[in-house]
Design a protein around this ligand. Sequence first.
Ligand code: GLU
Length: 374
Amino acid sequence: MTQAESADNGNRCWVVKLGSALLTDDGCGLRTEAIADWVAQMAQLRTRGLRFIIVSSGAIAEGRARLGWNLRRVSLHEQQAAAAVGQMGLIQAYESAFQGYGIHTAQILLTHDDVADRKRYLNARSALRTLLELGVVPIINENDSVATDEIRFGDNDSLAGLVANLAEADRLIILTDQPGLYDRDPREFPDARLIRTGQAGDPSLLECAGPGGTLGRGGMLTKLKAAETAAKSGTETVICSGLEAGVLLKIAAGEQTGTLLGVARSPLAARKQWLAGHNRPAGVLVLDDGACKVLAERGSSLLAVGVVSVQGEFNRGEIVSCTDRDGKEVARGLVNYDAGETRRIMGKSSDRIEELLGYVDDEELIHRDNMVVL
Ligand code: GLU
């Protein structure tokens, strides 16, 4: 690395996501030597000014191994218990590896609810920033033991994308057991080609992604979605093999490895990233073609007149998704009226809100400042 490159690394932050298949030997416990090797690379890069956040899977797989449940079918509650047992091993492995370099680590366990609520999102962001300023390496996982279906991210790829937003990271490195994204499933098609570069969010890439493996929850599809989320904070993503020797050092040295997914659009303002990062809006507003057009072309506020139907029950101030008539999501935002009120004023011009509801809270159904156009 040249001096110029190393100076350029000042305060740069990478989120490194490690998947279960990579971290555990086919469900037979953690690969501590491999962890020590990735940690050694990160410790070396930290001396050149890079900061790291690790998003690590492997808790359930390690817990299953510790409890002797490798081959057993386990219930949801047993999986939650396994996550609690395995998380100890996971943190222990990182903690002792980093301590060899005098580096402190910190554990953060999140559920989707922690980032859905604006206040808790801001709290998580400040805690993360403070830890980075203190020179600590945060190790993040989903809080699997308490996460029910309603509040879970579902897979650590999505979590890593959101963490990249929280930290406004420069890069998200998704380490997996595959060399990167192929144009077809390489297990089925020996002539499948590795895609070297692409743009995060490019729909043609989604066709290349097959389903996931058995240990972790994510496959290539969730990795591409994570890259799309990460791009919202201007974070580029590299999907590459954690099995490749010195992979992080190579990336830092500018060598090409795996699949690099660049950022096409300029980063969204932090508040809009938070809005875009939600994967569980409280309801849906279906918009007419005119409303879809003004939102996309002018980024205007959404008025009730543009809404043709309302799905779900939501309160004022909750996040709703806006779709076109075909169900394609076009925007997301904080709604100014609850679901019942919205049903009464939809399709009507804003100057009739008082007559219809008996009061006017806001002229707009969603104000442009509280909306992100997707
Ligand atoms: N959070 C889960 C675990 O630590 C893994 C989820 C995933 O692999 O995507 O076991």
